[in-house]
Design a protein around this ligand. Structure first.
Ligand SMILES: NC(=O)c1ccc[n+]([C@@H]2O[C@H](COP(=O)([O-])OP(=O)(O)OC[C@H]3O[C@@H](n4cnc5c(N)ncnc54)[C@H](O)[C@@H]3O)[C@@H](O)[C@H]2O)c1
Length: 328
């Protein structure tokens, strides 16, 4: 993910990458050939003129940074983000905000005490088709949403540093690492749900393999999301949604062509073309603008990033107890 951030900053006018830190010196010096779920992760970067560090505190002390991206394994988000904030450096930290609510609270406190920007990488809020469908829903042009289903399915990730993603103590499992993208988007569009009912299948070695959640809202809308990372490699990656509205059915599936369709009452099918193909660049531009003190729309807040972790924790409890879990 660090490579994705690197490429996005390069696309941001006026932003200059001055330093990179990675504890793994081999990865640091040889930035090519890595595996991952991000397009371009296997391509080498041109690191000319960039200081390379394996010690984070040394980088903070020497590199004169305005801002840093924390693209570390999730269990390190709080520790490294809080250290950077305390050193007076603005932080863009990858999702999920933290492994648990205590981590999130500690990060929020560090941000408040430093007065610096802390933004969490909830990239789906910036993803072109997701941002577009939210605009459509908010506008009311096709009436009310009756149902929305979201899906995010992939093969088990194996490329992480010391296989941290497979270690649920370090990643929080499929629900916190992958499915939280959809939980967060549900919250962004419909507000925090009143309750969740979740169903899950466990992996033989423990932790969830696959889950489905119904997010309960007072007006009876049927909103659900399915997430899983036990698909076989040939399955690829499914990131999709269907929205059932009074006046339209809106569909997105990243593996289909056309991937985004708006189907109307009269049989007409619109296929809006998006100008960009991911949410990472607008997310990083948003962060850079915030660091510069420019006014930005409240797309992502610390409270909402924390709340997404809280909702995922309620989803886990619902699976564990077999009960609907209320969120106040
Ligand atoms: N927004 C998205 O679409 C998306 C996609 C993938 C990953 N992520 C998030 O990005 C983060 C990183 O995931 P990844 O897949 O890039 O993991 P990764 O294991 O590929 O990369 C993590 C890097 O951190 C380095 N590292 C580990 N411990 C360190 C330490 N103590 N000091 C300095 N460097 C250290 C490792 O050497 C490695 O290069 C996670 O929080 C993950 O949830 C987000």
């Amino acid at each position: 993910m660090g490579k994705m951030h690197f490429n996005c900053y390069q696309a941001c006018e006026g932003a200059q990458i001055v330093a990179i830190c990675d504890a793994d010196e081999k990865r640091l010096k040889d930035s090519g050939g890595m595996a991952g779920n991000i397009e371009g992760a296997d391509k080498a970067l041109d690191l000319t003129g960039i200081e390379l560090y394996s010690d984070f505190d040394r980088m903070l002390a020497e590199a004169n940074l305005d801002a840093v991206s924390i693209t570390l394994p999730t269990f390190l988000h709080n520790n490294f983000s809080s250290r950077a904030l305390k050193a007076g450096v603005n932080v863009l930290c990858e999702k999920p905000m933290g492994l648990n609510l205590a981590d999130c609270d500690s990060m929020i406190e560090a941000a408040q005490q430093s007065g610096k920007v802390l933004q969490i990488g909830q990239c789906i809020r910036f993803w072109p088709e997701y941002a577009h469908v939210k605009e459509i829903i908010d506008s009311g042009q096709y009436g009310k949403v009756m149902a929305m289903t979201l899906r995010r399915l992939t093969a088990a990730p194996t490329w992480g540093h010391e296989n941290w993603i497979q270690n649920i103590e370090r990643s929080g499992g499929v629900e916190l690492d992958l499915h939280i993208h959809d939980t967060d988007f549900v919250q962004y569009v419909f507000g925090s749900p009143k309750a969740v009912s979740s169903f899950g299948a466990m992996r033989p070695q423990g932790g969830l393999a696959h889950l489905t959640t119904y997010y309960h809202y007072e007006d009876g809308q049927m909103i659900s999301a399915e997430g899983g990372w036990m698909m076989k490699p040939g399955f690829g990656f499914e990131m999709s949604f269907n929205v059932v509205m009074e006046g339209a059915t809106i569909m997105f599936d990243c593996s289909r062509d056309p991937s985004y369709k708006i189907c109307l009452d009269n049989g007409e099918v619109l296929t809006p073309k998006m100008e960009i193909d991911n949410g990472y660049v607008p997310q990083i531009k948003h962060f850079v603008q915030s660091v510069r003190g420019e006014k930005v729309p409240p797309v992502v807040t610390l409270e909402s990033s924390r709340n997404s972790v809280r909702i995922v924790e309620a989803e886990r409890e619902s699976i564990r107890t077999g009960q609907r879990v209320a969120l106040d």
